[in-house]
Design a protein around this ligand. Structure first.
Ligand SMILES: C[S@@+](CC[C@H](N)C(=O)[O-])C[C@H]1O[C@@H](n2cnc3c(N)ncnc32)[C@H](O)[C@@H]1O
Length: 678
C-alpha cells in the first residue's frame, strides 16, 4: 500500500510482529501484525543471513529505545517526539505515566495509512498521541510547535531507522533543529547503520542516503549532546537472547555496522541557540483558551510598572504566588487529581494540593519512607493529616518495627503510589518554570533577581521553612519559626520560590515582632476593608484570598474587635463588613509598620541591595504589548479548575491585572494550597 521510503516501516512492523509471536519475546507489539495484514505483504522470512541480521537489529533497537523512553519518563520527561514514526506503536503499548504527550512525525501518507488500521483495530493510546504529518527533510519545526511541543520543557527525541533516508546535510539540519527545540535534560535516541556495498540487510537499501559519521559521539557533542553508544548484540545479550557472534567489523576494519545511540543534552556542552530559534517569550500555545492574556483593560497604563507603589513584601508575595500558580497549573495538568468542584469533581486520584505541600514536605519523603521524627519540623508547616486523607502519604509503624506500640515519632511516613506519581511530576517542575521565566523575562533579569534575593537570604539567620507554611492568622502561632538558627543546605534552597519565601517570611517575622496582627491578616483582609461597609462576598477577590481564607481572617478580625458585620439592605443581598475605629487604626499602623521595616531593611542589608531587589521584582509587572509581563504564566490549561466556572472570571481578572489582584501576602490554606486547593 505504501511506495518508496514510506513502505520501509512495514518491514519493521513485520519483524516486530514476528517477535511478538515468539514465546520468549522481548516486547509485545500486537498491532504490528495488523499493519502488515492491511498492507497485504507477509512479514519477511529470516532465511538468509542478512534477513537474520536485520531482524536482530530491529528487535535490539526496539528494546533499546523502549527502555530509553521509559527511563526518561521516569525522570519526569513528559514530551516524546518520534521522528519518522512509521508504524511505531509505543503510544499504545508502553506503560505511560500521566501527562505524557507523544508526537508522531512522518509523511502524511504513512500516518494516514497507519490511522486507518488503528481505527479498524479500535486501538486506544495510553498517553496523549498527536500526529504531525510533515517532511523531515524540510522545515518541520513550525508544525511540531503548532501541534503543542513546548521547548521550555525537556523532551525525548527518537529517530529510529530514519537517518539513513536523509542526506548528510539534512541529518545535520535535523540535529540542529532538535537541539534548538530541546530544554536542558532533554534526551535523544538514535539508530544509525553504515551502508556497505552489497549489504542488503536493511529495508529498501536503494533508498539510503547517508551513513553514521565516523565519530558519532563527537558529532553529537558538537551540538551539546553527551552520547553513549551501544551495539545490538550487547542489548540482546543483556536481555538473555542468544545471538551469533559478530562478523569482523566493516570493510574499513574498525567501524561498527550499526549503532544504538542514547544522548542527553548537557548544558555544559551546549552552544548558544541562534536568536531566530528561540521560542517566543509568551506562551503562545495557551492563546486559544477561554482564559487568555488579552489587551489591556481600560484604566490601566500602557507602559511602566503596574503596582509601582507596592511595598517590598507585596512584590515578593505577588511574584511567589505567580510562580506558584504557574507551577500548580502545570502539575494539575499532569497529575490526575480530584477536586470538589470544577472539571475534576468526582475524578479518581488524590485530592488536589499546591506547591506548598510539595516544597515544604512531600519533596523530603523518599520512596522508602522516613521516620516522622526526622521530618517533624516540616510536618508542622503542612497539614499532615490532610496529606494522608488526600491520598499522598501513609503514616504508621514501620514494617520492620516489632515493638507493640512504637512512639509516634518513630512511625514511618511513606508516599502512596499516587504520591510517588505526583512526586515524579513535581520533581522537575520548579526548574522547568524557572526556565520559562528566563525565556519570558530574559536570563539577565532573572539572574539579577536571583542574585539580589540570595544576597538578602544569605544574611537571614532564622530557621525558616522552605516555603510559606500553612497560614496562622494569629502571629503568636508562628513561634517556632522565629527562632534563630538555620538548617543548612536543604534540597531546593536555592530555587526561586524558596528564595522568595525565605525573604518574605523574614520580612513577616520583623513585622510580626512588633504587631498584634499577622502579615496574613494585616496585608490581607484588613487592607481591603474600610470604615464604609463592603459586601463580604467581594472580599476574597479583593484581597487575593480563597473564600475560606477570607472568612477565617474576617472571623479573627471580628473576635478581636477590628471589624463588624451586618446584614445589608435587601437590594444589596448578603452580608456586609466594615472596620471599627480600632480596626481602622490597626490598618494605618500596619501600613506604617511595613514601611518602617522596609526602611530598616535598607539600613540592615544596604539601600542599594533593597532597591535593586524591589526594582527587579517590579520589572516583572511592567507592561509589554499592553499586558503585564507576568500575566502569561497565569493562564491555566483548558482542563484546569481555574479555567472553569465558578473560578473562571476571577482567573481572567488575575490575568488581566496581576499587580491589582494577586495577594499582598499569601494565605496558604490548610486545605492544601493557594488560593483554595480544594
Ligand atoms: C524504517 S522506517 C522506521 C519507522 C519507525 N521509526 C520504526 O522504527 O518503526 C522509516 C520511516 O521514516 C519515514 N521518513 C523517511 N524520510 C522521511 C521524511 N523526509 N519525512 C518524514 N518521514 C520520513 C518513513 O516514512 C518511514 O516511516
Amino acid at each position: 500500500m505504501l511506495e518508496g521510503v514510506g513502505g520501509t516501516g512495514l518491514t519493521v512492523a513485520g519483524i516486530r510482529a514476528e517477535e511478538t509471536a515468539r514465546p520468549d519475546r522481548l516486547f509485545a507489539d500486537p498491532l504490528a501484525a495488523a499493519f502488515v495484514a492491511a498492507a497485504g505483504s507477509p512479514p519477511p522470512r529470516a532465511t538468509s543471513r542478512q534477513a537474520a541480521a536485520l531482524r536482530l537489529w530491529i528487535v535490539a533497537r526496539t528494546v533499546f529505545l523502549d527502555e530509553l523512553i521509559t527511563a526518561a519518563c521516569a525522570d519526569g520527561v513528559r514530551q516524546v517526539v518520534l521522528l519518522g514514526a512509521g508504524f511505531d506503536t509505543r503510544a499504545f503499548r508502553l506503560p505511560w505515566p500521566p501527562g505524557v504527550r507523544c508526537f508522531e512525525l512522518d509523511t502524511g501518507d504513512v500516518l494516514a495509512a497507519k490511522q486507518q488500521v488503528l481505527t479498524e483495530q479500535g486501538a486506544v493510546a495510553g498517553c496523549e498521541r498527536i500526529v504531525v504529518p510533515t517532511d523531515l527533510s524540510g522545515d518541520w519545526p513550525p508544525a511540531l510547535r503548532a501541534a503543542g511541543l513546548d521547548p521550555v520543557w525537556p523532551a525525548i527525541w527518537v529517530a529510529e531507522g530514519l537517518l539513513v533516508y536523509l542526506s548528510p546535510g539534512q541529518v545535520d539540519r535535523l540535529l540542529d533543529e532538535v537541539t534548538s527545540l530541546s530544554a536542558p535534560a532533554s534526551r535523544l535516541g538514535l539508530t544509525y547503520r553504515n551502508r556497505e556495498p552489497g549489504d542488503q540487510s536493511a529495508p529498501a537499501p536503494a533508498l539510503r542516503r547517508s551513513v553514521a559519521p565516523d565519530d558519532p559521539a563527537g558529532w553529537l557533542a558538537g551540538c551539546g549532546w553527551a552520547a553513549e553508544l551501544a551495539s545490538a548484540r550487547e542489548v540482546l545479550r543483556a536481555h538473555g537472547r542468544q545471538v551469533p557472534a559478530a562478523r569482523p567489523a566493516g570493510r574499513d576494519g574498525s567501524r561498527p555496522r550499526a549503532l544504538l545511540i542514547s544522548a542527553a543534552l548537557d548544558p555544559a556542552l551546549a552552544r548558544p541557540r541562534p536568536a531566530s530559534r528561540r521560542p517566543p517569550a509568551r506562551v503562545a500555545a495557551h492563546s486559544q483558551l477561554a482564559v487568555a492574556v488579552r489587551p489591556r483593560p481600560a484604566g490601566q497604563p500602557a507602559a511602566g510598572a503596574a503596582g509601582a507603589d507596592h511595598p517590598l513584601p507585596t512584590l515578593l508575595s505577588q511574584t511567589l504566588v505567580a510562580f506558584t500558580i504557574e507551577f500548580d497549573n502545570e502539575s494539575e495538568h499532569q497529575i490526575p487529581q480530584q477536586t470538589s468542584r470544577g472539571p475534576a469533581a468526582g475524578a479518581r486520584g488524590p485530592w488536589l494540593v499546591s506547591e506548598a505541600m510539595w516544597a515544604n514536605f512531600l519533596r523530603f519523603v523518599p520512596a522508602a519512607g522516613v521516620p516522622l521524627g526526622e521530618v517533624a519540623a516540616l510536618a508542622s508547616v503542612v497539614n499532615l493529616a490532610g496529606l494522608q486523607r488526600w491520598g499522598y502519604i501513609t503514616l504508621g509503624p514501620g514494617p520492620a518495627d516489632r515493638r507493640a506500640r512504637p512512639p509516634r515519632r518513630d512511625w514511618a511516613v511513606r508516599t502512596t503510589a499516587a504520591g510517588q506519581r505526583a512526586q515524579s511530576v513535581w520533581q522537575p517542575l520548579t526548574a522547568g518554570i524557572e526556565r520559562r521565566w528566563q525565556q519570558r523575562f530574559g536570563t539577565g533579569e532573572m539572574a539579577a533577581l536571583t542574585s539580589s534575593l540570595r544576597a538578602v537570604a544569605s544574611q537571614i539567620t532564622l530557621d525558616l521553612p522552605p516555603y510559606l507554611p500553612v497560614a496562622r492568622v494569629n502571629p503568636a502561632d508562628h513561634g517556632a519559626w522565629f527562632a534563630a538558627g538555620r538548617q543548612a543546605g536543604r534540597a531546593g534552597d536555592t530555587e526561586l520560590p524558596a528564595l522568595l519565601s525565605r525573604v518574605l517570611l523574614a520580612f513577616a517575622v520583623d513585622v510580626e515582632r512588633e504587631s498584634p496582627l499577622s502579615m496574613v491578616v494585616g496585608a490581607g483582609l484588613l487592607r481591603v476593608l474600610g470604615t464604609d461597609p463592603v459586601r463580604i462576598v467581594g472580599l476574597p477577590g479583593g484581597a487575593g484570598l480563597s473564600k475560606e481564607a477570607s472568612s477565617v481572617a474576617l472571623g479573627w478580625l471580628k473576635r478581636r474587635g477590628y471589624a463588624v458585620t451586618a446584614s445589608g439592605p435587601a437590594a444589596s443581598r448578603g452580608q456586609l463588613a466594615r472596620l471599627t475605629r480600632r480596626g481602622h487604626q490597626a490598618q494605618q499602623d500596619h501600613r506604617r509598620l511595613v514601611g518602617a521595616v522596609e526602611q530598616r531593611w535598607r539600613d540592615r542589608f544596604g539601600a542599594d541591595l533593597i532597591s535593586e531587589l524591589a526594582s527587579t521584582l517590579r520589572a516583572l509587572f511592567t507592561h509589554q504589548d499592553g499586558q503585564q509581563r507576568i500575566a502569561a504564566g497565569l493562564v491555566p490549561h483548558p482542563d484546569g479548575w481555574r479555567a472553569h466556572p465558578p473560578y473562571l472570571s476571577r482567573t481572567q481578572a488575575m490575568v488581566d491585572d496581576p499587580a491589582g489582584t494577586l495577594p499582598h501576602y499569601p494565605m496558604v490554606s490548610h486545605r492544601g494550597g493557594f488560593p483554595d486547593g480544594s
